[in-house]
Design a protein around this ligand. Structure first.
Ligand SMILES: Nc1nc2c(ncn2[C@@H]2O[C@H](COP(=O)(O)OP(=O)(O)OP(=O)(O)O)[C@@H](O)[C@H]2O)c(=O)[nH]1
Ligand SMILES: [Mg+2]
Length: 299
């Protein structure tokens, strides 16, 4: 009997903002490779997670939620980042929310159809569906929208039915040796993750539109005697936003710093000295050169 050939390839996870793509990837790989918040447009970059499977290695790509309100250069870059991950994939996991189909979901599905990439529909947040029988109708509607290779209802937050996703991915990957070392979980640096964790805390703690006008840049990332020293700049778009981020007597910034420090320590397994500064870069989110210098994918 011949041995089953090893498989390795790219799996793009796409969908409109807030459907739970990052939550799904974190649950599949069992660690926090991508930040999660209750606000849409949390993920802004392509983030690769390495998922070991049965005789296979899936390179799972988290993508920014594809959206219509593409007002600023950053929104266009985010949409393009997601589209290019889809174009390069061997398989796409199309994530939508059980019981909540919108025009943005339909837009994403159109892009998948045009790409010709085989698609598995992941129907997330089934924990919110009551009564459970309603799921049959939702699945039947979804099956009428595209010829999906599989349809998998699950709850990424509760970790239910993830085994079904793991099981069906390898068949879609090309025969190839593993492209990443076995112990590697992501292609992003610890500094990138630290910046993302700081942005996560800012997004969770600040209200309304402000999180969209923020970005975090790591200025210094050093490790000495098992301790991390991180200096980060929080860039805002306007002078008026600076005070809101800093808060009365610096209270807001202190709270963000404390939460970020604890999370970075947990994720990276080392104590952290974290210093945060808030600075203004006028309209950075609508300036392509600023975006490139702040680590966004090229337009
Ligand atoms: N009830 C429920 N909530 C979930 C589930 N999965 C994710 N969520 C929540 O949905 C929200 C968005 O989750 P994310 O993982 O950030 O969604 P995303 O698709 O990556 O969003 P963007 O990065 O903005 O495109 C968060 O509040 C999650 O906790 C689920 O299975 N059930
Ligand atoms: Mg996300």
């Amino acid at each position: 009997m011949t041995e089953k050939a090893f498989r390795c390839g790219y799996v793009a996870v796409v969908g409109r903002p807030n459907v739970g793509k990052s939550t799904l990837i974190n649950a599949l790989v069992g660690s926090k490779v991508s930040i999660v918040t209750a606000k849409p447009q949390t993920t802004r970059h392509r983030i690769l997670a390495v998922l070991p499977l049965d005789n296979a290695q899936a390179l799972v790509i988290d993508t920014p939620g594809m959206h219509r309100s593409a007002g600023k250069a950053m929104n266009r870059v985010m949409n393009r980042t997601a589209s290019s991950a889809l174009a390069d994939a061997d398989l796409v996991l199309f994530v939508s929310e059980a019981g909540r189909w919108t025009e943005e979901d339909a837009d994403v599905l159109e892009k998948i159809k045009t790409s010709g990439v085989p698609a598995i529909a992941v129907l997330n947040k089934v924990d919110k569906v009551h009564p459970k029988d309603a799921l049959f109708g939702v699945l039947s509607e979804l099956s009428g929208r595209h010829d999906f290779a599989e349809m998998i209802p699950l709850s990424a937050a509760k970790g239910s039915n993830l085994a079904a996703v793991r099981k069906c991915i390898p068949a879609f990957l090309p025969v190839s040796p593993p492209l990443f070392p076995e112990a590697m979980r992501t292609d992003r640096s610890p500094g990138f993750h630290a910046a993302e964790i700081i942005r996560e805390k800012l997004t969770l703690m600040l209200h309304q539109e402000l999180p969209y006008g923020l970005t975090v840049q790591i200025e210094r990332y050093e490790e000495a005697e098992g301790k991390l020293a991180i200096n980060a700049i929080i860039w805002v778009e306007r002078d008026s936003q600076k005070g809101i981020v800093v808060g009365k007597g610096g209270s807001q910034l202190k709270q963000v710093g404390r939460a970020a420090r604890l999370d970075i320590k947990e994720q990276l397994g080392k104590p952290v000295h974290l210093e945060l500064w808030v600075k203004v870069k006028q309209n950075w989110a609508d300036n392509e050169q600023d975006l490139m210098s702040l680590g966004f994918d090229p337009v």
